[in-house]
Write a protein of this length. Structure first.
Length: 162
């Protein structure tokens, strides 16, 4: 507070201990079926046992899979993914809403893709992000505000390589 332009203030939380784990698996379920799975979980507390970095979700789950067809459909690949994160919160440190707790409930995003190889040099790909049009916040509490995450979106692209 009081800086021009305004800047986010930080302080060291003495005695902070962060514990957790992350697991990731990437591979093939079948010769044409790829999978990418990840799970993260952590906890961070200061010397008094109070949670720190509460604006970060404590648990994350990610799964993406893609299948490459064979035979007459060999030019086609389809895929989909799910991203889930646990709830999180922050307490606004300064300004007119100082002390107010702002939070984000747990949410899940579903994404799809389809790619078609038109030729060796040209591919077309359709991505659908946030298929279920989940309403969520991509950030909370920064400058006492929420920022909405991306709604359902479609992206069609043509890619050419030489």
């Amino acid at each position: 507070p009081g800086t021009t332009p305004p800047a986010q203030a930080y302080f060291a939380a003495q005695g902070t201990v962060s514990e957790g784990f992350e697991i990731e698996a990437v591979g093939k379920l079948l010769p044409n079926w790829d999978i990418n799975f990840g799970y993260t979980q952590f906890d961070a507390e200061d010397a008094d046992g109070e949670q720190v970095n509460t604006n970060q979700p404590r648990k994350l789950f990610k799964l993406f899979t893609k299948y490459n067809f064979t035979g007459s459909l060999a030019a086609l690949s389809i895929g989909g993914g799910v991203n889930w994160q646990s709830d999180n919160f922050t307490v606004i440190a300064w300004g007119p809403y100082a002390g107010k707790k702002v939070s984000q409930e747990a949410y899940t995003l579903v994404n799809l893709m389809a790619r078609y190889d038109i030729s060796e040099q040209l591919t077309a790909q359709l991505n659908v992000d946030n298929l279920l049009d989940e309403t969520y916040y991509s950030q909370i509490g920064f400058y006492s505000q929420y920022a909405y995450g991306q709604p359902r979106s479609f992206n069609l692209s043509l890619n050419h390589t030489s």
